[in-house]
Structure formats: structure tokens, C-alpha cells
Design a protein. Structure first.
Length: 367
């Protein structure tokens, strides 16, 4: 297995990498620019990363993660929290499966079998309400979706393993609704905000690297969901299951209710990170073709990680995705309390706070 080791240059981490090599595994050492790697074997793979500022691809291509890191006794309490607590939590979050590329089984196990286990546990322990976090991807048929509501059917053919397995999980939860267990499904779209370990880090890291390109003509509108609004929707949904019988057994789209051009919101996220807007674009057919080629190459050569482009992503980036959230407003009492503008202000403050320890570390290393 490919195993990422955080803290690989520490006393414990060095021994861990040695034992992994002896057992036939491939250790991947997560190291900073200033790390002393001289004690590591010459064939240990080095991956640059900082636990105080992890990127979304930190665990790419890894089958397991070992956290053997620590801030050390010479650091203050703030840095200890950044590394020992926040760094560990961020690494766990990033290691979780989030994306649309991979083996079917990697999605089926958590999204279907895991959901079935949760339903069984609810029945066994007398849990009466279950809110399932689904995704609008379960109804995406490859074409633009503009102002659609929950009456839109599941497509005859799903375009990714993620969407296919999330749809199966959602259907299982809604079918389980009854007198002893009330259930519903929320479909929040493109959740973003502080502590995001998926969407924002990918946009920012690719923006910094100069590899981000606009797909299509840039006019396709999407709606997104600020993280606090998504969290609030879950609490409202749980309350609704106890007080509103009309809410049970149904899916609900959740978003800001502010559809805008996809590339406008991406540019605003880049601006929050202090990065310039996108100026280069790729026609959607070209992006789709590149995705098809990369998918074939990854499958044929059994490459680790996730292709930078897939056919599913090419479709998503060039089509409209915004939804009618009237049902959530009516049956759940949902209203997006945090606007996109306010959310971006909060995101900018978080990004600046997150960048500060990494910048200080780089400054010390350069002295």
C-alpha cells in the first residue's frame, strides 16, 4: 500500500517508515521545505506539505494515513493547537473520500453499505429521526439544470460512481421513512466556506499553480451553499421531522438562492485568497476529450490519484446548476442567513489566519 506518514522525520516517524518498507509498503513522507530528511531512506517518497496549511491533494494516491507528528516542546500553545489538533483533524478530513474519481467499491461501501448500516442502527436503537446528506448530483443527467425542483427524476444513466452510489443511499433512506423512523434527504449544492477541505483548497491550489482554466463560455449559472447555511439546514430538517409530517420521506435542494455565473464565484474565491482572476479558457468539447483521455490513461496504467479533468467534471463546469429551494423554505423554514458576500468576507479572514503560521514557518526556514 501507499501510506502517507505525517511526522515522518521525527523519532517515531522514522521508525514507522522503516517498518513500512520492511513490510513491502511504500511510505510517503509528508515534509515541510525546512524538514531534515537525512535520516530517511533514499527511496522514501517525499511529499511537500505543511500540517498548518494542508492542500486538498495532500493524500492523493494514498491507501492509508499515519499521523506521527507533533509540534514539539519548544513551540507555544497556538502552534501546538495548529499542528497537534487542527492538523490532525484536517488530515483526517482530507483523507476521507471526496471527489468523483475512483473505483466503484470505494464509493459503494460508504455511500450505500454505510448508509444501510446507519439505517439498521437507527432501527436497533430506537432512533426516530434521520437526516441524510445527499447531493444534487443524484439527479444530474449531463445537461443544464436551471430552476428545477425536487420533482426532477433520477437519470436513467448516472455519470459518476459518486452520483450513482449517493442516489442509492438517498433512495434507501427515503424508502425507510415510516411511523417509527422518519427520514428525509438534503441536497446541498457546492458547500464552501472556512474549514472547507475540498472545493476551496482545490480552487486555491490550482489557482496558485496556474493550472486552473475556465471551461466553456463562462455564462453558465450555478448556486452554491455557504457552510453555515448548510449546517443550519440540517438542524431545521431534524426539527421538521418532529413537527411537520409533510417533510418526511422527501428530498430537499439546499443552496444560497443566489445563482450566478460559475466563474464569477470561482474568481471571487480566488480573490479571497489574494489571487488574480482567471483569464484563460478551454472549450467544453476539448475539456471533455481531455477528460476521456486522462480517464483511459489512469485506468490502463493504474495510476494513483485523480485525473485533473474527467468527462463528468467537464460537463459540470460547463453547464448550469441552480435549483428551486421553495420546498426547503416552505417545509423546513430554511432561509440562507449568510449571503455569498458575507461568506466570502469570512472565508478571506479564515484563509489569512490559516496562511499566517505557514508564512511564519517559511520565513524561519529562509533565515
Amino acid at each position: 500500500m501507499n501510506i502517507l506518514v505525517a511526522g515522518a522525520t521525527g523519532k517515531t516517524g522514522i521508525r514507522v517508515t522503516e517498518q513500512l518498507r520492511e513490510q513491502g509498503h511504500t511510505p510517503i513522507a509528508l515534509v515541510r521545505d525546512s524538514s531534515d530528511t537525512s535520516a530517511l531512506a533514499s527511496d522514501v517518497v517525499l511529499r511537500k506539505g505543511d500540517l498548518t496549511n494542508l492542500t486538498a491533494d495532500a493524500c492523493e494516491g494514498c491507501d492509508a494515513v499515519i499521523f506521527a507528528a507533533g509540534s514539539g516542546g519548544s513551540t507555544g500553545p497556538e502552534m501546538t493547537d495548529k499542528v497537534d489538533r487542527d492538523g490532525a483533524k484536517d488530515l483526517v478530513d482530507i483523507a476521507a473520500k471526496a471527489g468523483i474519481w475512483g473505483r466503484y467499491a470505494a464509493y459503494y461501501e460508504p455511500n450505500v453499505r454505510g448508509t444501510q448500516n446507519v439505517l439498521a442502527a437507527c432501527r436497533e436503537h430506537g432512533v426516530h429521526r434521520l437526516v441524510y446528506t445527499s447531493s444534487p448530483s443524484v439527479v444530474f443527467d449531463g445537461r443544464s439544470m436551471e430552476g428545477v425542483d425536487e420533482s426532477v427524476p433520477y437519470p436513467q444513466r448516472q455519470h459518476s460512481h459518486y452520483a450513482a452510489t449517493k442516489a442509492l443511499g438517498e433512495q434507501a433512506v427515503l424508502a425507510a421513512n415510516g411511523t417509527t423512523l422518519r427520514t428525509l434527504a438534503l441536497r446541498p449544492h457546492l458547500i464552501w466556506g472556512p474549514r472547507d477541505n475540498h472545493l476551496v483548497p482545490r480552487i486555491v491550489s490550482r489557482g496558485r499553480a496556474g493550472t486552473l482554466r475556465r471551461v466553456g463560455d463562462g455564462t453558465n449559472k450555478v448556486d452554491t451553499t455557504y457552510i453555515e447555511n448548510a449546517a443550519r439546514a440540517h438542524l431545521l430538517a431534524a426539527d421538521a421531522l418532529a413537527t411537520n409530517p409533510r417533510a418526511a420521506g422527501r428530498p430537499f435542494f439546499i443552496s444560497q438562492g443566489e445563482p450566478m455565473a460559475l466563474w464569477e464565484i470561482i474568481n471571487r474565491i480566488l480573490a479571497a485568497a489574494g489571487l488574480p482572476p482567471l483569464t484563460r479558457s478551454v472549450p467544453q468539447p476539448v475539456a471533455w476529450s481531455v477528460g476521456a483521455i486522462l480517464e483511459a490513461a489512469y485506468a490502463l496504467l493504474r495510476l494513483k490519484g485523480e485525473p485533473r479533468m474527467t468527462r463528468f467534471v467537464a460537463r459540470e463546469l460547463a453547464t448550469a446548476h441552480w435549483f428551486d429551494i421553495t420546498a426547503a423554505r416552505t417545509e423546513l423554514g430554511y432561509e440562507p442567513a449568510i449571503s455569498i458576500t458575507e461568506g466570502l468576507h469570512r472565508l478571506e479572514a479564515w484563509l489569512q489566519e490559516r496562511e499566517a503560521p505557514a508564512a511564519a514557518s517559511r520565513s524561519l526556514a529562509s533565515r
